[in-house]
Write a protein that binds this ligand. Structure first.
Ligand SMILES: Cc1cc2nc3c(=O)[nH]c(=O)nc-3n(C[C@H](O)[C@H](O)[C@H](O)COP(=O)(O)OP(=O)(O)OC[C@H]3O[C@@H](n4cnc5c(N)ncnc54)[C@H](O)[C@@H]3O)c2cc1C
Length: 412
């Protein structure tokens, strides 16, 4: 007789993998993690910028990132974590709020320096034009890490403790009786490789059928939905309206042989543009910009040179005042998804009205940097019924009904 899974995690991105790792550390047996694509072709965890900072505006977001960063420092070599700092430039409209957070950062042990425009120039001489910038924060212990290595760290550690990761399993339905999940239905691809048309399911949500598909039903005691930007659509299988939508975010990779950012970490312009030297440098720079008018949806197209020219290069060129950023070479780029909740803060907790269904996701641009503490909180909740280290109650998915909004306005 097949062993029954105690815990089934749907979605093997960084949050599903971190949750599995923490559960395994707690010696929980019979944990299974399923995903249509363990390689993560469309998973945000493979398509992000690798930034890690504790400087947020909501207390819970600061605390989750701070605790995670403390852990990342202990495994820095494994995950290529480099605390090269975050330089965050503020427009006037946000500067007062940034200043008001100073005491909170201090009390949480997050070192942050506040910089006037003169000091910004000495730290970032390439920005000769500081128009629209009132001040900046510099947080020296924040930095950059390799998200793929971090995800693999969690996965390998979980596997070493007996966790099973099942590839090519697409979650398609659930049996629910009186607020209790009895079964999870999946379709399993048994064909060769994982063709693009199969992966496309994640974008189009077309039902899968035909040769090489088998159905498989799981009967776990507890289910944790970690499908990231798909939380809203997978929630429908549980007959729940989860207020999460996918939003495309684009990243460009380009080279610059005149500017060297290799010794500096992430730089966030007041316009929302962010960039850092990629892969230790060699003139390679990764930059992102979040379009304000981006429509919701599973969109993965990269707008190529037009995105780079208009959203990235133009902003940098203006900052450089004609002296810097004059000879940038666009190389390539990609798109990934943010999972967005109504207040842009993650959801973590038991799904309202369900006895044995939990969800964790919608971490917008913070899922990597908070993954350690989010996974820990989820593992504590499902095993102990409460949080024993950091109180993550504010992230309860039911908070919107109770007016408990946590608007994170330092999101980019
Ligand atoms: C451009 C960009 C830049 C970012 N920059 C940063 C950054 O600098 N720092 C940071 O901390 N965060 C950043 N993020 C955010 C971060 O990447 C995400 O918050 C994080 O990866 C979310 O992880 P997840 O595990 O929730 O989701 P995902 O990694 O998306 O994993 C969800 C998984 O669910 C699977 N799935 C979905 N539906 C089904 C189904 N029906 N059946 C089976 N499997 C299913 C998918 O295949 C996927 O593997 C960025 C994101 C983007 C897009």
């Amino acid at each position: 007789m097949a062993m029954q899974e105690e815990f089934l995690i749907i979605g093997a991105g960084i949050l599903g993998s971190a949750t599995a790792w923490h559960l395994a550390q707690l010696q929980v047996p019979n944990i299974t993690v399923i995903d249509l694509d363990l390689a993560g072709t469309y998973s945000s965890s493979e398509l992000n910028a690798g930034g890690a900072r504790a400087t947020w505006w909501q207390d819970i977001n600061m605390e989750l990132a701070r605790d995670s960063l403390i852990f990342y420092r202990t495994i820095a070599a494994d995950i290529q974590f480099f605390p090269k700092g975050y330089l965050f430039l503020y427009p006037r409209s946000k500067w007062e709020i940034a200043l008001s957070k100073q005491k909170r950062y201090e009390s949480l042990g997050i070192p942050v320096e506040y910089l006037e425009p003169g000091e910004i120039k000495s730290r970032l001489p390439e920005f000769t034009n500081l128009k629209g910038i009132t001040g900046a924060t510099y947080s020296p212990e924040d930095g950059l890490l390799d998200p793929h290595l971090l995800k693999e760290y969690y996965r390998q550690g979980a596997k070493d403790h007996g966790v099973t990761f099942l590839d090519r399993h697409y979650f398609t339905g659930a049996q629910i009786e009186q607020g209790r999940l009895n079964a999870i239905q999946t379709q399993v691809w048994r064909g060769e490789g994982l063709p693009e048309k199969i992966l496309h399911t994640l974008i189009t949500e077309h039902r899968l059928s035909g040769d090489h598909w088998e159905t498989h039903t799981f009967h776990p005691h507890i289910v944790i939905n970690c499908t990231g930007a798909w939380l809203g659509s997978t929630g429908l299988h549980f007959q729940k309206k989860v207020p999460v939508h996918p939003l495309r975010r684009q990243i460009s990779l380009f080279s610059s042989h005149e500017e060297d950012f290799g010794s500096r970490g992430m730089i966030v312009d007041s316009s929302g543009l962010y960039f850092h030297a990629e892969g230790g440098s060699d003139g390679l720079i990764l930059a992102g910009y979040s379009n304000k008018d981006e429509p919701a949806g599973f969109r993965f197209q990269y707008d190529g040179a037009s995105f780079f020219d208009r959203k990235i290069w133009l902003r940098l060129y203006r900052r450089g005042g004609g002296r810097y950023f004059t000879a940038l070479k666009h190389l390539r780029g990609w798109s990934g998804l943010y999972g967005i909740s109504p207040d842009r803060t993650a959801l973590l907790g038991r799904v309202p009205g369900m006895a044995n269904l939990y969800e964790l996701g919608a971490a917008t641009g913070r899922g990597v940097m908070q993954s350690y503490a989010l996974g820990r909180a989820m593992a504590e909740l499902v095993t102990l019924g409460r949080f024993s280290t950091l109180d993550a109650t504010p992230l309860d998915p039911n908070r919107f009904q109770q007016g408990g909004f946590l608007p994170e306005n330092l999101d980019i």
